[in-house]
Design a protein around this ligand. Structure first.
Ligand SMILES: Cc1cc2nc3c(=O)[nH]c(=O)nc-3n(C[C@H](O)[C@H](O)[C@H](O)COP(=O)(O)OP(=O)(O)OC[C@H]3O[C@@H](n4cnc5c(N)ncnc54)[C@H](O)[C@@H]3O)c2cc1C
Ligand code: FES
Ligand code: FES
Length: 491
């Protein structure tokens, strides 16, 4: 067993002990490693000033992803390589992104600049990873804007920054693999991940199991412990002093939770997503399977949040306004829980017992989530209503899935979020829709039934009457959108 966290930073190995394990890694970077290029502004994953590249071993190579270091704690970065803005230079020279930002006047006070440079470098690195060779073409404006959704600038204005992204000579950008030879790191990461780590400091304990059986043992040994996955929910609460955690179990070295598998059941494509799979990995796996699924990933947080956050974390956090549950509700997803007595499946409709409470036993962890993908006969729409398009928490969410035979609705599944303590399957609406004609009148009446069957709360994201109105109107919106798509398909 180890009593330290081992992380490489800009190619150099660091051993984290004591307080450093229980702090955001930005504190270590800035105050212990003197790498002050990484800034902290919001400390809640919202502004991107703290963006670093996090390299993890995936099969036989290190994959780099941009993440928000302010919500990444020491116990989450074991067996990882962090590249900060200081690590980008080669032989003392700026990299191509840094040069482009200088040439296009992409900085004024400069506080956000390192974060933008890291996020922009990541756009080109991803492009070359996806294509298997250096990204020879400049990125499109959409790619640049999408890649920078998680970064805020308060003074320069985005035109100059986006222009810099479009000016980057991507073919001449040195890849992370060329900057930091990986052989030694890979060998060390394998050694580290094979050994359980347990670090104690000042009444706190972090446990890093190295396998699924060790995770189950740790969970049943410490039922009060919090499981930490991407930390994008938990670390924000820690940073803001909303919670204290004495014992945390980080699943970052449990490789058995890092899988996505596909199968078929009764003619439907089924996907199983392990507990450690990030939203970004799932997004790539599902890419272009269904437009509305793509859309939900596109509006989910930012690239940095999707690289750290997991689907399982989104479900386990039990927020009634989380973005993925409505889809999982209408696709009859199942949670695969594992504990000392073995595995069991819990239908997602039975997984929540109340506001932020689960039916998961104290000695269980979530191993995976299993759900169907929409088939050719499914008409599916997913909705996220928030004050702004990106980096915002929903006021209301909905998923509507239908099957039709001619003009008759033969199957309907409807789930709403943000209207009760948990996400709800709207049973009365589903029963009403079945065998009804596919018409505006049907959906308007379904909307009225939906609004009558809920009693939403008022909070900062929306009042109760506003949410009731959304619950009603979304049904007509579904009709207009799907009827229009049908019309276009016939042209
Ligand atoms: C800036 C920002 C933007 C965001 N935007 C969105 C958004 O657009 N839509 C949205 O829905 N959410 C959003 N979130 C919330 C968050 O990113 C998601 O809920 C994410 O999916 C959480 O995953 P995680 O792995 O980071 O969870 P963590 O923070 O690690 O954990 C969350 C909860 O799940 C539990 N848990 C995790 N894994 C397991 C397991 N295997 N077994 C049992 N329990 C487990 C933890 O104990 C904890 O209670 C945002 C957060 C931030 C900071
Ligand atoms: S400091 Fe704002 S995202 Fe980290
Ligand atoms: S240059 Fe000042 S915040 Fe962006």
């Amino acid at each position: 067993m180890r009593d330290y966290i081992d992380v490489f930073i800009n190619g150099r190995e660091h051993k984290l002990k004591g307080e450093a394990v229980f702090q955001p890694i930005t504190d270590y970077l800035r105050y212990d490693a003197s790498l002050c290029g990484t800034k902290v502004v919001c400390a809640e994953g919202d502004c991107g000033a703290c963006t670093v590249m996090l390299g993890r071993l995936v099969e036989d190579e290190i994959e780099y992803k941009p993440v928000n270091a302010c919500i990444l704690y020491g116990y989450q970065v074991d067996a990882c390589h962090i590249v900060t803005v200081e690590g980008l230079k080669k032989d003392g020279a700026l990299n191509r992104v840094q040069e482009a930002m200088v040439e296009c006047h992409g900085a004024q006070c400069g506080y956000c600049t390192p974060g933008f440079i890291m996020a922009m470098t990541a756009i080109f690195d991803k492009c070359s990873q996806d294509s298997g060779s250096a990204c020879a073409e400049s990125c499109s404006e959409k790619m640049v804007r999408d890649g920078l959704v998680g970064n805020l600038c308060r003074c320069t204005g985005y035109e100059a920054i986006v222009k810099a992204g479009l000016e980057v000579d991507a073919a001449a950008l040195v890849s992370f693999r060329d900057l930091f030879p990986e052989e030694n790191m890979i060998e060390r990461f394998r050694e580290l991940a094979a050994v359980r780590a347990e670090i104690k400091h000042d009444g706190k304990m972090a446990i890093l199991p190295s396998s699924l059986p060790e995770l189950v043992e740790a969970r049943s040994g410490y039922p009060q412990a919090r499981i930490v996955s991407g930390g994008t929910d938990l670390s924000v609460q820690l940073n803001k002093g909303m919670i204290e955690i004495e014992t945390m179990i980080s699943i970052s070295n449990v490789d058995e939770l890092d899988y996505i598998s596909g199968s078929e059941k009764a003619g439907r494509e089924i996907v199983e997503v392990g507990g450690r799979v990030s939203l970004a990995e799932l997004e790539s796996y599902l890419l272009k399977r269904h437009g509305d699924l793509d859309y939900i990933f596109w509006v989910f947080g930012s690239p940095q949040i999707r690289n750290s956050g997991t689907l399982v974390g989104n479900i386990a956090n039990a927020s009634p306004i989380a973005d993925t549950p409505p889809y999982l509700f209408v696709m009859d997803a199942e949670i695969i829980a594992i504990g000392p007595k073995g595995e069991r499946c819990i239908p997602i409709t039975e997984f929540y017992s109340g506001y932020k409470t689960l039916t998961l036993a104290k000695d269980e962890v979530i191993k995976a989530i299993r759900f169907a993908l929409p088939g050719p006969a499914d008409i599916l729409k997913l909705y996220k209503i928030s004050r702004r398009q990106h980096l915002d928490i929903s006021a209301f969410t909905a998923a509507i899935r239908l099957k039709r035979e001619g003009e008759k609705i033969v199957e309907a599944a409807v789930a709403y979020g943000g209207v009760a303590a948990t996400v709800l399957r709207m049973k009365e609406v589903e029963e009403f829709l079945k065998d009804k004609p596919y018409s505006l009148e049907t959906f308007e009446e379904a909307g009225r039934i939906a609004a009558d069957s809920i009693k939403p709360l008022s909070d900062v994201r929306g009042s109760s009457p506003y949410r009731s109105q959304l619950a009603e109107n979304i049904m007509a919106k579904f009709y207009y959108e799907t009827a229009r798509e049908e019309e276009l398909a016939c042209l």
